[in-house]
Design a binder for this molecule. Structure first.
Ligand code: CFM
Ligand code: HCA
Length: 530
């Protein structure tokens, strides 16, 4: 791995090399390791990252099915967010579902010059008149912040005029160094304007699923099993989410977190304000899912629920055992490189291992140090000009609505047994000698593929085809290549079947990887002292 890192870094001029080196770590369990993360990408380098608007509207707010999501900006920003994340959703009975629409103010040059507020007001009126939604979101894209349209005042006035909820997000793309800033902006508003605004009493064993976005139907497979055990899912944030369900989320007894990066702010604030704790789970992979179910059962500590949990685990795992063993026999000994947003590069390692594939390189586009090193480092993370840009909202205990779900003494004991408000990060599960890379880019990807020649590369749309052109199977881990669900038990089978087909297809025989035809690339950046 050390040789690999040196080789990868060798392509850079000295200053860039120093920067990129701090984003690479070779796992060594005998020391405490630190990685640079959530810092600006280097201009000129082809990063895979997106923008704050993508994180706010695209990821966190967009999946809520019964809201009209208006994008205030040029049409391209809106088109970009239209249906691209495959977060599926269904209307509730008698309710609405706007996921298939793209709403935009379609700002033109004259709006940029003279202001876009009029257009936004008209768009809201039109949306109300045509669709009668329960709630509307407004997401600002870059030019809106530059020209200073006051989307918050408009949201306030129009909400009053039409008598509905309007959430406005100043999530201009440039607000942060990646999507991650947008997650935070979205989390803040869910906390201040949505959660806690409806008070319907919850039934027993009630939970919220946080950081689960129903990509390829994942949430439906998770919910199928949870419901079978006897859980009541009050809300999901935000896959297949409904605004009134999220408004009632504080009535649940436990928050269960899948994607830590995108929603840990809500989880923390809800615990402070309402006393409702969170645990970190991983619904991906057979063992991961079973462990999550057992941790949840420990929290509720009810003999019937625990028995039911074990019965369902036994039944579900028995039904997939044979198929999983078949795929393992086919794939045993293969290697994987995983490079995905801010959680999947960790979450899929267990499932890959279950079918015999070891992850040798992993990284995030926009994870923070805590997603790599665990939450214990949070107090030591340096705040810089970019991270300071994102508002930290301060919440306090709600004296009327706060309640401790578990007596303090038992909570202390439980904290030793389950991941209560804790997350150990991706590094903790990587094997010694494997490589962790933050904000991997295209030139580094190319080097890694050439040197390591993995059989599987977990990618996004931007890197998938360059990897496949090098003769290595690349699977999109964001969109699941339009397959899925991949979460839970049935999802594990779907994933394994797709991966086996992708790796073992005879099609690869017809491609000759470039390194078999020509020597590895060599060269120098012109005009730069190395
Ligand atoms: Fe969380 Fe997500 Fe992800 Fe993410 Fe994303 Fe995503 Fe992702 Mo694409 S919230 S961090 S910002 S699990 S959209 S559903 S797949 S990069 S690893
Ligand atoms: C985003 C969304 C994305 C992009 C996926 C990709 C997603 O970051 O804006 O690059 O393939 O999951 O749809 O992460």
């Amino acid at each position: 791995s050390k040789k690999l890192v040196d080789k990868v870094l060798d392509i850079y001029p000295a200053k860039v090399m120093k920067n990129r080196k701090s984003h690479m770590v070779i796992k060594d369990a005998s020391v405490k390791q630190e990685i640079a993360a959530n810092t600006r990408a280097i201009p000129g380098i082809i990063t895979n990252r997106g923008c704050a608007y993508a994180g706010c509207k695209g990821v966190v707010i967009g999946p809520i099915v019964d809201m009209v999501h208006i994008v205030h900006g040029p049409v391209g920003c809106s088109y970009y967010a239209w249906g691209t994340r495959r977060n599926k959703g269904k209307a509730r009975e008698g309710g609405q579902n706007f996921l298939e629409y793209a709403f935009t103010t379609d700002m033109q040059e004259s709006d940029i010059v003279f202001g876009g507020e009029k257009k936004l007001k008209a768009a809201i009126d039109e949306a109300v008149e045509l669709f009668h939604p329960k709630a509307i979101s407004i997401s600002a894209t870059c030019p809106v912040g530059l020209i200073g349209d006051d989307i918050h005042a408009i949201a306030r006035d129009k909400a009053k005029e039409h008598g509905l909820k309007i959430l406005a997000f100043s999530c201009e793309g440039y607000k942060g160094v990646s999507q991650s800033a947008g997650h935070h902006i979205a989390n803040n508003k869910l906390m201040t304007d949505v959660i806690g605004t409806i008070d319907t009493p919850a039934k027993e064993f009630s939970i919220n699923l946080l950081g689960e976005y129903n990509i390829g139907g994942d949430e439906w497979e998770i919910a199928r099993v949870l419901t079978k055990i006897g859980y009541n899912i009050i809300s999901t944030m935000t896959g297949n989410g409904a605004i009134d369900e999220i408004a009632n989320a504080h009535k649940a007894d436990l928050n269960v977190i899948q994607c830590h990066r995108s929603i840990n702010y809500v989880a923390e604030m809800v615990e402070t304000k309402y006393g409702l704790p969170w645990i970190k789970v991983n619904f991906i992979g057979v063992e991961g899912f079973s462990k999550a179910l057992r941790d949840m059962a420990k929290y509720f500590d009810d003999p019937a629920l625990t028995a039911r949990t074990e019965a369902v685990i036994a039944e579900e795992t028995a039904s997939i055992e044979e198929e999983m063993a078949t795929y393992k026999a086919l794939l045993d000994g293969k290697t994987a490189v995983l490079f995905v947003g801010g959680s999947r590069a960790h979450h899929y390692q267990g499932l890959l291992r279950e079918i015999g594939i070891e992850t040798i390189v992993a990284g995030y586009e926009f994870g923070h140090r805590d997603d790599y090193e665990g939450r214990d480092v949070i107090p030591y993370i340096k705040v810089d000009a970019d991270s300071r840009n994102i508002e930290e909202i301060h919440v306090e205990k709600d004296e009327k609505k706060y309640s401790l779900r578990i007596p303090a003494s038992r909570a202390e004991q439980l904290k030793k047994e389950i991941p209560w408000a804790s997350y150990d990060g991706l590094l903790s599960e990587m094997k010694d000698g494997t490589l962790v890379i933050d904000d991997l880019n295209h030139i580094e990807t190319e080097q890694i593929i050439k040197i390591l020649k993995p059989e599987f590369f977990g990618s996004g749309i931007k890197d998938k085809y360059m990897v496949q052109k090098m003769g290595v199977y690349a699977k999109q881990m964001h969109s699941y290549d339009y397959s899925g669900p991949y979460a839970g038990y049935q999802g594990a089978v779907n994933f394994s079947r797709d991966v086996a087909a992708g790796i073992l297809t005879p099609a690869w025989k017809y491609i000759t990887a470039p390194w078999y035809k020509e020597p590895l690339l060599s060269g120098k950046v012109e005009g730069v002292e190395q």
